[in-house]
Ligand binder design. Sequence first.
Ligand code: ADP
Ligand code: ADP
Ligand code: MG
Length: 536
Amino acid sequence: GCGICVKKCPFQALDIVNLPEQLDQPTHRYGQNGFVLYGLPIPVEGKVTGILGPNGIGKSTSVKILSGTLVPNLGRTDAEIAWKDVLDLYQGTELFDYLQLLSQKNVKVAVKPQYIDQIPKVFSGSVRDLLATTDERGKLDYYIDRLSLTAVVDQPIATLSGGELQRVAIAACLARDADFFFLDEITPYLDVYQRMAAANLIRELALERPVVIVEHDLAILDMLADTVHIAYGEPAVFGVITYPKGVRVGINQYLEGFLPEENVRFRTYAVTFDTRAHASDAEREVLLEFPTMAKRFAQFSLTVDGGEIRSGEVLGVLGANGIGKSTFAQLLAGVLEPDTGAMDTRVRISYKPQYLKGETEATVEEVLRQTTTKFDTSYYQHEILEPLSLSQFLQAPVNTLSGGELQRVAIAVCLSRDADLYILDEPSAHLDVEQRVKISRMIRKHAEGREASTLVIDHDIYVIDMISDRILVFEGKPGVHGKAAGPFDMAPGMNRFLEALGITFRRDKSGRPRINKPGSFLDREQISAGEYYYTE
Ligand code: ADP
Ligand code: ADP
Ligand code: MG
């Protein structure tokens, strides 16, 4: 055991000083030795309630229970548990009224599922056909407009990109006339503009109906939720949903890795946002200069201002979907030839694309051994396999992996190669919040002290903040034309990107960036000073 539990930690997995009282009574257990959930989130009138935690910890299970899809068995897999037993247990708690309504089937819920990839498999019509079946409050046109779906309403669902499908799924959920709304992740595949649009719609809805969300993008969760329940434990073994915490405090505790009320440390290190880490380092040698370039497709054209990339730096790349970021990466990688300008082909590039195929039947270990001779070294164990938690599925065929597992393998493959420039296109996609923290740390560590540079394209502002030395900003009109500007130092780069978005960030006492409420005093003050990101 961990040795310091006052009561014995039943799972011997956590540094639990005082066992939270929630751990006395399971909420649900899958099968005799299956995953056990403790606690439940509480939907609240007029509020957005967030659930924050790694994957495999019971977030979706708790949503299934609260949405009436799963009747909780209170951990008793041997006996028939009736709703009456559940209600007896919750007598006198905040959840009693809700669970009573649920047991009487007196409550209507709307759910946006985590995995939207399933939608085209079960629905064959157009976007309009699908959305028409969900338009229960006569607000569909409003949602179509606000989520920028007008251009795709007549397209068959099967032809949509991931970002379009995600926004259709969000519109379908929000348009329902439900008493309670549950959204299991809203940001996958969406750019920052689309994330903000979806978050603002959910806040509007919460004025009328309680909303519960699961979300791994902390900047978005922070502006979206009023309170958060942190989910901790041992993924696939057990999960505990804490009592609700104010969103600022909850996220800070999460980043700290320590929950004072519960007396639980679930991570050995704290995540910090250190502005000094972003001080420009002009001392660094120039690794490569990229020339002024242009690339034209049938519908889209990209222009690139020339720039330089320095040795050992991590360059964050920000910009909307369809603005030419992947095209730029492919120009650098030599996968695409520019129409004007020419890349210096002596630069060796290791590139992780945005969309991962993972079709091979080879195992993860076989694939990694093909890319590195260092597989058996302790360096590889500690710097690659451990932070990406790959050890558990090294023998799994790549074509059987989940999206998050495949992403981690693709990051490992990219960083395992010998290269001058590493390019990671959306490494946070499909990863939970804990894995995002880990990959940010490992990518920085990998870059430091190496005679190479790393380019990270991502839509998670916290990931970009944690990871970048400088910023490249893409501007223009998505799907029509794009322009790559920079690289800029952190503050001017972030400022430039956020000014175009119309969003300001402040920093709280811990140094963590927080989105200001639009129109608030700080928001207006920072806009007039042109300080979109960094303030004291
Ligand atoms: P999260 O949403 O936090 O990623 P889930 O609630 O989906 O986690 O799953 C928690 C754990 O329960 C996982 O280990 C998962 O494999 C397991 N689990 C989920 N659904 C079932 C089920 N129907 N039967 C058995 N185990 C399940
Ligand atoms: P981002 O990575 O910023 O989302 P992309 O570089 O993938 O953007 O795409 C920019 C635009 O170029 C999109 O409208 C896309 O449809 C178009 N595009 C990308 N690759 C091709 C191609 N090979 N042929 C034609 N159009 C393309
Ligand atoms: Mg889930």
